[in-house]
Design a protein around this ligand. Structure first.
Ligand code: GAR
Length: 200
C-alpha cells in the first residue's frame, strides 16, 4: 500500500505533532506517514520531537527568507523534494497566502483550538483563543480541524469536538483541557481519514 506522505508545519511546543507521531506508532494513523516537519521558528521544541522520532526536520525562517513569497517558495521546494501529499498545520502560527493555499486544494488541514466559527480568524491563535472564550463566558468550547483556504480559519470543517468550560478556568487550564480532550484526538483522526482518501 502507498501511504500518503505527510508534512507537518509547526511553530512551537509541538504537542499536536507529538499526538500525530504517537498515533502513527499506535496504528491510529495507518494510511499516512509523516515524512517531514517544517518549523518557521528555530527554537520550536517541535523540531526536537521530530528528531527524537527520526523524522526529517528543518527550520525555514521568514526573516531570513526576506519576504512572504521567498518564505513560501522555500517551503514549496521542500514539499516537492519530499513528494508531500498532505500538509498538516499543527500550531503553525504564520498565515499562508492565497498563492500557496490555492496550490494545494483540500490538501492542507489545520487544527484550531475553538469551535469555528467562534473565536477564529486573524488574531485568534494559541492562548488568545482561550482568553477570548473565557472573556465571553461561553460554557462550551472545543477544537476544529478544517481544510485551509485563503480565508484564515475559513475552510471547510472536517471534524469538531466540544469541551466543557469549568468555573474558575484559567486560559492555560482551558487550553490544556481542549488539547487533551479534543485536539490530540481529532487531529490524528482527521489525518487518517484524509490520508485514506489520498492513499486509495
Ligand atoms: C494548539 O492549541 C493549536 O490548536 C493552536 O496552537 C496550539 C499549538 O500547540 N493553533 C492555533 O491557534 C492556530 N490558529 P502545539 O505546538 O503544542 O501543538
Amino acid at each position: 500500500m502507498n501511504k500518503a506522505r505527510i508534512a507537518v508545519l509547526v511553530s512551537g511546543g509541538g504537542t499536536n505533532l507529538q499526538a500525530l507521531i504517537d498515533a502513527q506508532n499506535n496504528n491510529i494513523i495507518n494510511n499516512g506517514e509523516i515524512r517531514l516537519v517544517i518549523s518557521n521558528k528555530p527554537e520550536a521544541y517541535a523540531l526536537k520531537r521530530a528528531d527524537k522520532a527520526n523524522i526529517d526536520a528543518i527550520c525555514i525562517n521568514k526573516k531570513e527568507c526576506g519576504s512572504q513569497e521567498a518564505f513560501e517558495k522555500a517551503i514549496i521546494a521542500k514539499l516537492e523534494a519530499y513528494g508531500i501529499d498532505l500538509i498538516v498545520l499543527a500550531g503553525f502560527m504564520s498565515i499562508l497566502s492565497e498563492e500557496f493555499t490555492s496550490r494545494y486544494p483540500k490538501r492542507i488541514i489545520n487544527i484550531h483550538p475553538s469551535l469555528i466559527p467562534s473565536f477564529c480568524g486573524k488574531g485568534y491563535y494559541g492562548l488568545h483563543v482561550h482568553e477570548a472564550a473565557l472573556a465571553k463566558g461561553v460554557k462550551v468550547t472545543g477544537a476544529t480541524v478544517h481544510f485551509v483556504n485563503e480565508i484564515p480559519d475559513g475552510g471547510e470543517i472536517i471534524m469538531q469536538k466540544a469541551v466543557e468550560v469549568k468555573d474558575g478556568d484559567t486560559a492555560e487550564a482551558l487550553q490544556l483541557r481542549v488539547m487533551e480532550e479534543a485536539e490530540w484526538i481529532i487531529l490524528p483522526a482527521a489525518v487518517e481519514m484524509i490520508a485514506k482518501e489520498i492513499a486509495k
